[in-house]
Write a protein that binds this ligand. Structure first.
Ligand code: XMP
Length: 529
């Protein structure tokens, strides 16, 4: 493995962002849980580990069962940077003092640089009115370090945080109370660059063309002459995985596209078009009747998800059996899935909705797993997709949930509801694609992170011409988000909403009312079920 950085995750919402920022510097960064031992780190050092970052956390050092920092990490001789809670753990472990503050400091604040340091020197600070060097940073903490451990010096402070940065350059240990990984910290990327490039001395060799080349040769040697099957959803991840694997093993890959009846309008056609030039074996299986039958009478969202997940596995398995002698199951798993399932295993996250995937398959069919994207973030997968020639329109499509429109039809799923929803959703998306957002200079589709329509199985009274109508309601939902963990509803202009609403009511029989969802996440989720 190449030179890289390890990020020890204590559960901060920003942990993945640290890894993404470092990878943007061309250096590979990996997120791991705290349950590691010295041998693990030593093995990593043998294959190029150059530095460690301790993430933030929602925990407090004051809490008796808070996560601890293993001392060997600070003694192993490679640079360590503690961010927020990570800095507090470091101070606490080395004999400093951390105090609970009743005032949680949250938001953008002015950081005052108090002395020269290896970590912050060379960052282009600005001078405030008193001619003091300051940086705008994002703080999000309750506890603070109130006494430095021996050997450390204070490098920065804020009005309400007496020690906001510390370093012991002899031992190569550094701490920042603020978050350099978020964009609110202006020049935060320069600080991470100083740590990764100047202090850890990593070279930039993490690039997508390299990744494609290495992955293709790895797949070739791992898979050999075996046959591989892949569940193709039409989404970015499974599509990029399919093309990458096909480049490595050609005909030995077969993809199965299962239509569960709850896809977007013309989804099969779009997928056929996307793959038309690649000559990949694809089996299109229309199983919609079976899914509708199984979903009949089911109104509970979790039950719907489970039925779709289980039936998907059955259909997929029967297609795989027809092919015979398959050894590998390929999946478009990406890095956030890996981190989240590891967090779930380690008990540091709660399941809000059970996401549909083909998780049960490998054991059931005795298959080996091939996951060529499992070290990549979404933006990296997109870069690979573009390199491999997939059209930007498909690569930048909004995410679509595995259970599809079944979780956008509230209550029971019926074919006639799917038809209404597909039509309404298609109009919404068409209009977002065709209208420019003057502020961003991009289409409205590319200016929001996710947009879709939802079907409500309730009827309301309306009037069309001289007639009373009594028809269904369509909800429009559009959100802006960076990580889909939190999201704000998108401020789509009234005249565009108005146009979309009249088109839906005029063109889609069965709908006489359209409403716009103005709930943020949290407390609402992005999907309605
Ligand atoms: P929520 O509704 O949890 O959605 O705020 C966050 C993101 O996850 C997507 N989502 C799913 N994706 N299977 C998926 O593959 C699912 O069951 C599922 N449920 C939600 C959702 O579209 C949004 O992007």
């Amino acid at each position: 493995m190449n030179q890289h950085i390890l990020i020890i995750d204590y559960g901060s919402q920003f942990t993945q962002l640290i890894a993404r920022r470092i990878r943007e510097l061309g250096v590979y960064a990996e997120v791991i849980h705290n349950n590691i031992d010295k041998e693990f780190i030593n093995n990593k050092i043998d294959v190029g580990l150059k530095g460690i970052i301790l993430s933030g956390s929602h925990e407090s050092i004051d809490n008796n069962d808070h996560d601890t920092l293993k001392k060997f990490i600070l003694e192993i001789g490679i640079p360590v940077l503690g961010i927020c809670y990570g800095m507090q753990l470091m101070a606490n472990q080395l004999g400093g003092q951390v105090s609970l503050s009743t005032n949680r400091e949250y938001g953008e604040v002015e950081l005052i640089i108090s002395s020269p340091s290896k970590l912050l020197d060379g960052i282009q600070v600005i001078k405030n009115n008193d001619d003091v060097n300051i940086l705008k940073v994002l703080m999000s903490h309750g506890d603070t370090v109130t006494k430095l451990p021996d050997g450390f010096k204070k490098i920065a402070y804020t009005n309400s945080c007496p020690i906001a940065g510390m370093e012991d350059s002899n031992r190569n240990l550094y701490g920042l109370q603020f978050h350099p990984e978020v964009t609110h910290t202006i020049l935060g990327n320069k600080i991470l660059k100083r740590f990764v490039k100047n202090i850890c001395q990593c070279e930039s060799n993490w690039s997508m063309p390299n990744y494609i080349e290495n992955t293709i040769s790895r797949i070739k040697s791992e898979v050999g002459d075996d046959k591989v099957i892949l569940g193709l959803s039409g989404g970015v991840d499974s599509s990029v995985a399919a093309i990458l694997i096909h480049k490595a093993i050609g005909e030995k890959l077969t993809c199965v596209f299962v239509d569960h009846g709850c896809m977007r309008l013309n989804e099969k056609k779009q997928v056929e078009k996307m793959f038309s030039s690649y000559h990949i074996n694809i089996i299109y299986k229309d199983a919609s009747d079976l899914f509708f039958q199984k979903l009949s009478g089911i109104i509970d969202p979790e039950e719907k998800r489970k039925i779709i997940g289980a039936e998907f596995i059955n259909v997929f398995q029967s297609e795989a059996n027809k092919l015979g002698n398959i050894k590998w199951l390929a999946q478009g798993t990406i890095y956030p899935d890996v981190i989240e399932s590891s967090n779930a295993k380690n008990g540091s996250s709660k399941v809000i909705k059970s996401h549909h995937n083909v998780g049960g398959l490998p054991e059931k069919m005795n298959l080996k797993l091939l996951e060529p994207l499992k070290y990549l973030f979404k933006d990296e997968v997109r870069k690979i997709g573009l390199e491999l020639g997939i059209s930007p329109e498909m690569i930048f499509r909004h995410p679509f949930p595995g259970p599809g429109l079944a979780v956008r039809i509230i209550g029971e799923v019926k074919p006639e509801f799917v038809k209404i929803l597909q039509g309404a959703d298609n109009i919404f998306i068409q209009e977002l694609r065709n209208n420019l957002n003057q502020l961003t200079g991009k289409s409205w589709y590319d200016s929001v992170s996710q947009a879709f329509a939802v079907f409500l199985p309730i009827k309301s009274v309306g009037v069309m011409g001289d007639h009373r109508t009594y028809e269904y309601v369509i909800v429009l939902r559009a959100v802006n988000t960076l990580d889909f963990m939190t999201a704000n509803w998108s401020k789509i202009p009234d005249d565009l909403l108005s146009k979309i609403s009249s088109r839906i009511i005029n063109e889609i029989p069965g709908v006489n009312r359209v409403v716009y969802d103005i709930s943020n996440k949290p407390p609402a989720t992005i999907e309605w079920e």
